[in-house]
Every structure is written in C-alpha cells, then in structure tokens.
Design a protein around this ligand. Structure first.
Ligand SMILES: [Zn+2]
Length: 511
C-alpha cells in the first residue's frame, strides 16, 4: 500500500492536517468504485483538506428497517475508513422530514408534522447509536432549508430548466438537460414506454400536469390533504407571486449538499435504489442551477435480501432493529452481519446468520484476550481510550495490515473481516503494535468487541504479599527489565491474581 499525497499541492496537505490536529499523519490511497465513470478510482479531497461527502438520509415516518441500516452502516464504514486513511471527511447526511409519507403519517397520528417527525428522528438516532454509527458532522432537515430550495427553483425557472405545470406545481424539464441519464444510464425515452406497469399508470394519472412523463416536481403546489404543511415558494414567472406549497423530495438533497459542501464536492453516496431517479434528478437540477459539476464521485450500496427474499411485511421477513432486539439478538451482531458482505455484493440477512454473527463477536472477544495475554497486557488496557489506535501507516506494517488494505481497496468489508480472522485464528504472537492495529481495524469497521466485565475494585482485597509483587513488577517494567517483570507476573498469577496494567500503575483482579 503506497502513501500518497493528495490534493493539488502536496506539502500544504500535511500542514493543514497538522493544524487541525488530525491524528493520522499520512494520507493513504483509498480506492472506491464510482457509479458515474464505472471505474474504481482513488478518493481524494479536491481542496486538499477535507473529503466532502454527502449521503441521503432517512425519511422519518416510521422505524427504519435493516435494509436502510445496511446502507447507513456501510456509509459509516466509509466515513470511518476515509478518516483512518487521513482524508479528513466532512460528512453530511440529511433528514427528510416532509413528503407524502410524513404528511400522511402525522395526519393519521393526529400530530403536527414537526411532532411526528421529531418522534421518528429520535428513534432513528437511538437505532444509530445502538449500531455504533458516528453522528454526521451536519444532519440538516429539509423543513429547515426551505429558502435554499426555493432559491434553486427560481434559478431553474429563470434558466428555462423548469416550468409551472397544469396543477400549479413547478416541474423540472428533463429534456432541457442533455446529460440526463449519465449516472444511471437510464434515459428519459425509456420512461415513456413504461405505461403498462403500475409506475407508468401513476405517471399517466397526472401526465396532463406536466409536459413529459420524465419531468419531476421541484415544488408541489398546496393541496387540501397537505393541511398546515405549506410555505411561500418560488415566485410564479407570470404573476411574480410566491407559489404556496412544499418542496419535491429530490430538491432537498441538492439544496442541503450545496449549502454545506459547496456547489461541487467530492463524494455522494446512498442505497442503490436511489441511483434512479433520485440521484439522476439531483444531478440535473444542481448542475443546471450552478453550471458546475455536482458530486465528482458516486457510491451506491447494494441492497440486502432477508431470508433469501426481498423484504416485505407480507412475507414476514421485514425486520427492524427493535424487532430483532426484542427477540433477544444483540444490536452489535446485527451491525456485524450488515457489514459482513461488501457494499457491492448482495447480503442475505437471515436469523441463522445473525446467530453466527453473535458467535463471531464472542470469538473476537476471545481472540483479543489471547493476543493481550501474549502481549502481557490486560483487557482494561485495550478498552481504555488511553490505549491508542495505530496510525494507518503503522497498522499496515502489522499482521492486521491486510485487513486495512482490504478497506482501502474499494471498501471490501468482507475481505477485511476475513483478513482479521486469519490473524486471530493463527493466534499470531501478540504485541502492542498488532493490538493497536486491530483497534484501528475495529474502529474502521465500527465493530465494538464485547466490553470487558472486569471488576476494577479488586486491588484492596488482594493480600499484601500479592500487592508487593505487583509493585515490584511495575518497577521492573519501568526499568525495562522484562525478564524480571515476567517472572513477577507469573508469581502473581500462581497466587491466583491477575495484574491489570494501567497507564500510571497497576490493579489486581482475582483470576
Ligand atoms: Zn438524496
């Protein structure tokens, strides 16, 4: 794995990272498949400072299911891996808090849209925390960015890329953007021939409102069923009066990504179902409004099957995290299973595999204990924040290097886990560098080993003789007399006690 200096100028990258107090000194090469160019290419921050990445977040109208969380967990691995690679990510993930489903749900609940989406946003955050997902740097909500969305629609109207349809809504004129289809390779003409399926029928139902079936709503004119959910929108080109209504779904991601990451940014990610039409529409409206390339790189996560089939409520294979936890499964095991196949491969999520993930976590815990014992360290050391992760550069030099390399090579989580298990199964010699590297790999994967259940309050109960030996061993360690330290540790063990190394001393635990 080679070290690369990325950005337009080499040296300033290091300077700026140093100024930010960034923990990793080097930028490692990380490659990722790009849906736009259909090539696996290096990821880099165009400004040489921060990798600006945007991910489409949840629509908060009910509990997210494990399919949603497979995408969010993989995007979390992406965010973590880019951090380990030294790319200094700036991660923005939105909350869709206004659309047909949230409006319908709040009406059914008898609550306001704000109360309803707050409840489901909190549930989403709690699930994210159970899955150990890092909170994004910015998590903007659609309803808090109405003026930004209106500004884009007005620009598109002025540029001739949008028009007011028969129902008073504003539509994007797909034919006005000649590059439409460049991401998904799906072309507007194909949409015209789809009238036989249900989507086609839905399209046909309101085709009188827009000029072409492929045209999509940027701003939806107020309807009775929207109740109190409406804002003054873009000005009508003829009357110059604001059109009362609400934003179309695609628009929010353009407005919020541009606001927080700039008109052109490094990486846009989401589930594969969003590639068309959502991301295609985001590109069309953003690039027509700004005249600049939108995201340079696009990443899509392949969906999962549940029990070998597409998830559906009627098949009984529709799992939420709450369902699984209620059945006694560990959220950590859910997370482990969700990332166990690469983002470009389909995962079959089954309850049998989930049991397998639980036992894998138990084995991981045992593997860590074994490496610690060989290194003469305690579990408390490993769990302590003082026991630092290795830098990517240092981690790559250890036996866990291949696990990190697999993540840097198109984020192959399956290969990374395989490489990690190779080391743990081999019971390789434990040393502090390898353990620090393992900690880095687990950090990148967002996997939390089962925490130590050690009781720290044991030292007082230990006989004076044991305490004296522990103190002598500590002094031998300080004097770097490893042989004496080892002998003393063995004597303590023979007396039925385990020494727990602390940063500034020791503790004792009954063995
Ligand atoms: Zn989006």
């Amino acid at each position: 794995m080679k070290k690369t200096i990325q950005g337009q100028a080499g040296a300033p990258v290091f300077d700026s990272l140093a100024k930010l107090g960034h923990r990793f000194r080097f930028i490692m090469e990380m490659r990722l498949y790009d849906t736009l160019t259909r090539e696996t290419v290096p990821l880099f921050a165009a400004d040489g400072k921060r990798l600006r990445m945007y991910a489409c977040g949840p629509t908060v109208y009910g509990p997210a299911h494990i399919g949603n969380f497979r995408t969010f967990s993989l995007l979390d691995v992406l965010r973590r891996t880019t951090e380990v690679a030294g790319l200094n990510p700036l991660y923005v993930r939105n909350i869709t808090d206004v659309d047909d489903k949230t409006i319908k749900g709040s009406a059914k609940d008898g609550s306001t849209l704000g109360e309803f989406t707050k409840k489901w946003t909190e549930k989403f955050h709690a699930d994210c925390a159970s899955l150990n997902l890092i909170v994004p740097d910015v998590e903007p909500r659609a309803t808090e960015h109405i003026p930004e969305q209106v500004a884009i629609v007005e620009k598109l109207l002025a540029n001739g890329n949008a028009y007011v349809g028969g129902d008073g809504s504003v539509y994007y004129r797909v034919a006005s953007f000649c590059e439409y289809g460049k991401l998904s390779h799906f072309h507007p003409e194909e949409l015209q021939t789809q009238d036989t399926n249900s989507a086609g029928k839905a399209n046909a139902a309101d085709e009188y409102e827009r000029d072409q079936v492929a045209d999509f709503a940027l701003w939806k004119a107020q309807k009775d069923e929207d109740g109190a959910v409406h804002w003054p929108g873009p000005r009508h080109p003829e009357t110059n009066l604001p059109i009362e209504g609400r934003p179309g779904w695609h628009l929010e991601c353009s407005a919020m990504s541009i606001k927080y990451l700039g008109e052109s940014f490094d990486l846009h990610a989401g589930g594969e179902d969003l590639c068309f039409p959502h991301h295609e529409n985001e590109i069309a409206q953003s690039e027509a409004a700004t005249g600049k390339p939108f995201s340079r790189h696009w990443m899509h996560c392949v969906h999962l099957l549940a029990e070998g089939k597409k998830m559906s409520k009627s098949l009984g294979n529709f799992y939420t995290l709450a369902d699984l936890v209620a059945q006694g499964y560990d959220a950590r095991a859910v997370k482990y299973l969700l990332i166990s196949s690469s983002y470009r491969s389909q995962l079959n999520f089954t309850l049998a595999n989930l049991k397998g993930a639980e036992s894998a976590l138990k084995k991981l815990d045992k593997g860590i204990e074994a490496l610690l014992a060989k290194a003469g360290l305690s579990r408390a050391d490993f769990d302590s924040p003082v026991f630092d992760r290795a830098s990517a550069d240092d981690a790559l030099k250890t036996s866990f290097g291949p696990a990190l390399e697999a993540l840097f090579d198109d984020m192959n989580t399956a290969a990374a886990l395989g490489a990690m298990w190779n080391v743990l199964r081999d019971e390789a010699s434990g040393n502090k560098a390898a353990l620090a590297a393992l900690k880095t790999v687990l950090y990148a994967l967002g996997i939390q080993p089962i925490p130590s259940k050690e009781d720290d309050a044991g030292a007082d109960e230990a006989p004076e003789e044991v305490k004296a030996l522990a103190q002598k061993r500590w002094e031998a360690k300080q004097a770097k007399d490893w042989a004496a330290a080892d002998t003393l540790r063995k004597q303590v063990t023979e007396l039925g006690w385990t020494i727990l190394d602390r940063k500034d001393g020791w503790d004792l635990k009954k063995a």
